[in-house]
Design a protein around this ligand. Structure first.
Ligand SMILES: [Zn+2]
Ligand SMILES: [Zn+2]
Length: 132
């Protein structure tokens, strides 16, 4: 019995992780829940939340707080985010120049940086194009 429960939990977590890794839209827990239900019809939203927390604690996913709700990211390598104030999309930004500037300046001041988050916000190219 114990073993079956454990196996089921592992399976659920695997499905949730795969869903997150298959998208770059930085979805909400509700979005993940809808997708997970297509694979595991009897999964509950509470289970999705619990597994997201475990995955986050294990360092396998990121939780991004956009001020209103949590969004999740299956990408955990160093990257940054651009949040569009018009359509609410979150984009991945891969410009590494930012890292070097921050780290070198702070190191000179005696800080040992282990990680940091950068979130840009504004209007994304898609919305910008729509306005023209
Ligand atoms: Zn936009
Ligand atoms: Zn991301």
């Amino acid at each position: 019995m114990e073993k079956n429960v454990k196996r089921r939990n592992t399976q659920q977590r695997k499905v949730i992780l795969e869903i997150l890794r298959s998208t770059d839209i930085h979805p909400t827990a509700d979005w993940i829940y809808e997708k997970a239900r297509q694979v595991i019809p009897n999964i509950s939203l509470g289970t999705v939340y619990r597994n997201l927390k475990i995955l986050k604690d294990e360092g396998l996913i990121l939780e991004l707080n956009d001020g209103k709700q949590s969004r999740f990211d299956g990408r955990v390598d160093q990257h940054f985010h651009f949040k569009c104030l018009s359509c609410n999309s979150i984009y991945d930004i891969d410009n590494r120049k930012i890292v070097n500037i921050e780290h070198n300046d702070l190191r000179k001041e005696g800080y040992q940086v282990q990680s940091f988050d950068v979130v840009f916000s504004g209007i994304c190219p898609k919305c910008n194009g729509n306005q023209n």
